[in-house]
Every structure is written in structure tokens, then in C-alpha cells.
Design a binder for this molecule. Sequence first.
Ligand code: UDP
Length: 500
Amino acid sequence: MPSREEASDGRGDSDDGGAKQAHFVFVPLMFGGHLIPSVDTALMVATHGAVATIVVTPSYAARVRRTVELTTSGRFGASAGADVRVVALPLDCAAAGLADGSDDIDRIGMELELEYFRALSLLREPLERHLRAAGAPYPTCVVSDFCLPWTQELAASLGVPRVCFFNLGAFSVLCQHNVNRYGAFDGVVGDDVAVVVPGLGDRRFEVTRAQAQAFLTGWDDYDDAVDRALDAADGFVMNTFTGMEPEFVAAYAAARGKKVWTIGPVSLYHRHTMSLAARGRTADIDADECIQWLDTKEPNSVVYVSFGSITHMDPKHVVELGLGLEASGHQFIWVVSNTELYGETVREFLHELAARVAGRGLVIRGWAPQVLILSHVAVGGFVTHCGWNSILEAAVAGLPVVTWPHFSDQFLNEKMAVEVLGIGVSVGITEQVDSQEEGKGNVAGREMVEKAIRSILDGGEEAEERRRRARDLAEKARTTVQEGGSSRDNLFDFVQSFGG
Ligand code: UDP
């Protein structure tokens, strides 16, 4: 990497001889589960007096600007007056084999994911040009999503350090790293044969090849490039907290030989209803309406059901889940995304179900204000696909979870919730489900769903114990971001370390 002195052109630093102002350039992956915590982290960094630039494509600029404006205006967030800049750079879609204007993965579809990643990598030069031309302060650090290896070259060319942002937990990335490092599946035939994750001392976790698969596995040589760029990074910032998984954070830092700043749970940055309701994107239900509905319910009596920002449930899963929810007899809020992609049968099913459970079940089609809902006292449990943000958000809210993983790190996050934290009950899914392939993968039947929901919401010693562990975790999450807490200290240290 060239030294800061070598990369001198276009710096635009103030030449008053004083210390340079810290300027963190966030390059997030524009997938909901990556972008949302990355924006939160940028806002947190900016509350410490640094400048934060968030780089997005035009399709995402409006929603990120809304979050930034809400939280920096001082009315709804902790970042009053903070200097957060949103830079919108168009993708060269044609060069990457995408249709013109395809800069939103939700609209492109996951089948063109690889082309989308190619298009993102073409942002390197325009972004560097922008940063050099933008004037003071010159960047002091690039904070890139771990999935964007091209940002290593960008940082090197700018002559500044690059830190990788992980929207994932330490347990999952450590398990994925160790199964590769120790060749745990060498000679193992079949995706459904379980092995013990090596290198975890006396902790014993069994995974199949499919369950241990990392995001982007098998993508030409893209996953190798990601790995090389992780090796070259100047450290990792992770949305987790040491009170949740101390041994796995330490083990991952040691395995990679990197410093890991755990700064989460970043959702705790948002404290105001308005700011929470706008997190990610504008919700498809009015936040007040949602709160009013919850206000009429008893404490811990509602189960919240959501499968994150990209999972598209197989139609038969939708039906089994709906019937299981209904049979559980419990009150629920169920978020069903992309309903327009379902055929008439599923749409009709949802319509009839909503009518049958009116008053006790609320079906939100599209996007829900998730963290706002989870923080309501009426909510007593969460049926989740085990995206890492969702697991953390459940922890923050002190909620037990029903786990229904689909792909990527979600199976390992399920293990974290069920086997490590003891706050989860599994519906029993063991195979990866390709979100694009309808009819593939095993199904959790309605009885399994009903049983799992009952086991987290009903009484009994085991359920109470699970709830107690969840409440303890919430307390740890709350204190870690407060004065003297490890995430707060780590954030401060991170800003100091790369502050110019
Ligand atoms: N989310 C939300 N409303 C929704 C669906 C998702 O606010 O209707 C947020 C959720 O709070 C979380 C993120 O989107 O912060 C999803 O991230 P996660 O890691 O749980 O799953 P992914 O979308 O990456 O599969």
C-alpha cells in the first residue's frame, strides 16, 4: 500500500498544520442486511466528531438520506449536527451485463447477483475520483463491507487503511473459517453429512457442508478474492458485542491475526420512533397504527414473524407457516415480503387467513418497522430466518426466537441462538433453500411451527428459563453501548485509531 505521503494528489487537507480531521468512507454492500447496520455504524462514527461518507447507488440514496437527515437534524437521533455525507454513484450496468438502470438488487433479482457484484466493483475508479475531487477532509479510512474486495485497491490507491465491516456475528464467520482452514469436509461425500467444527476447543458444534457455507461460496474466484482482501485488511469492525460471544470474537481475531472492534448492537443507536420507523426503508404500515395495534395487547402475548430483507419464502412454506401461526392460537404480526411475486393461490390464502384471524393477527405486506415492533412490550417472541441482524435485534429486545434458517450464515446463527445462547427453538429445517428455487428444500410443517411458537410463548419451566436468558442478554446489550461498556469503548478506540 502506498504511504499517505506518496498518495498526495487531490488530498485537499487543511494545511493549518493541525491534526487532520477523521474521515471514514463507508462502502456498504447494498443488501438490506448489510446496508442497514453499515449506515448505523457510519452515524455512530459521526457522533464522535468524524466525517462519515456513505457511498451508495442512486436507487438507495433517497432512503439512506432520509435516515441520515432524520438522525442528524437533532430531533430524532443522537447525531445532531454530525457531518454525514451521502454520495450517490451510478453503476455502469451495461459493462457488467445488467440492463440499464439496474442498481437495486431488489428489482434485479438474485439470479443476477454475480453481475451486480461485478457492476459494484466498477465503482472503484469513479469513487476514487469523487473522493479526490470532493475536497477536505481527505479520507482517513475506508470502511468496506467484507464482501467488496475491490475496496482494498481503492484504499491502497488513496493511501489510507481499509477496515472490513462485518454485518455477521463472530461465531458464524469463525465456523466458516475453521471448516475451510482445517479441511473439515475433505473426503466427506454429500451435503448432508455432519462434521464437528474444528478448532473450537472443547466446544462441539456439528454442521453439514451446506450449513457451513459462506455467502458467495463457489462464485468463480470471487470468494478467494474476498478472503485475500480480508487478509490484507487493517482490521475488522463487527456488529456484535463481547457480552454475547466473547470467546468467538477472540478466536476469530486470533485466527485471522486481526484486531476486531465489536461495536454492536448498532440498532441501539436509534432511540426515537421516527428514526426507528425509517430504518432501512419506509415501512408499509404506519408506525403509529402498528403501535396502536400492539398497545391493545397484553405484555409478551404477540409473536413477530419476519424473514428479513431478501428471503423469498417458497409458497408451500408460506401456507404451512400461516396455518401453524393460526393453530398456535397466539396473536401475531407476520411480515410477508414480495407478495406480488406469489401466484393467486398464495395471495388468496393470505387474504383468507387475514380475514379469519382479524384482530389477533396482523399481516404486513412489504416492509415493517422491525426494531420498533420488537421493542414493544406486547411482543413476546420472534419467528426468524436467523439473519444476523435479526438475531441481534431479538437479543436487544430480550426475546426468545423460533428459528427457521434458509441459507448462508443463517444455519450457524440458528446454532448460536439455540445451542450457545439458549434462547431459540428450531422448527427443524436442515437444508439450504435457494430463495429462487421454489419446491426445493425441506419444509417445516404447520404442526412444527405451532409447537415451536407454543414452546416460546406458553408457560412452563423451560420457556421461562429461555425468557430469562433472553432478558439477561438484553441487559448486556444495553450496557455494552453505555458509558464504560465495551462496544462504546471500542467505537471510540476505532475512531481514534483511524482518525488521521
Ligand atoms: N428489516 C426491517 N423490516 C422488514 C424486514 C427487515 O426493518 O420488514 C430489517 C431488520 O430489522 C434487519 C434487516 O432488515 O435489520 C435484515 O437483516 P437480517 O440480517 O436479519 O437478514 P437479511 O435481510 O440480511 O437476510
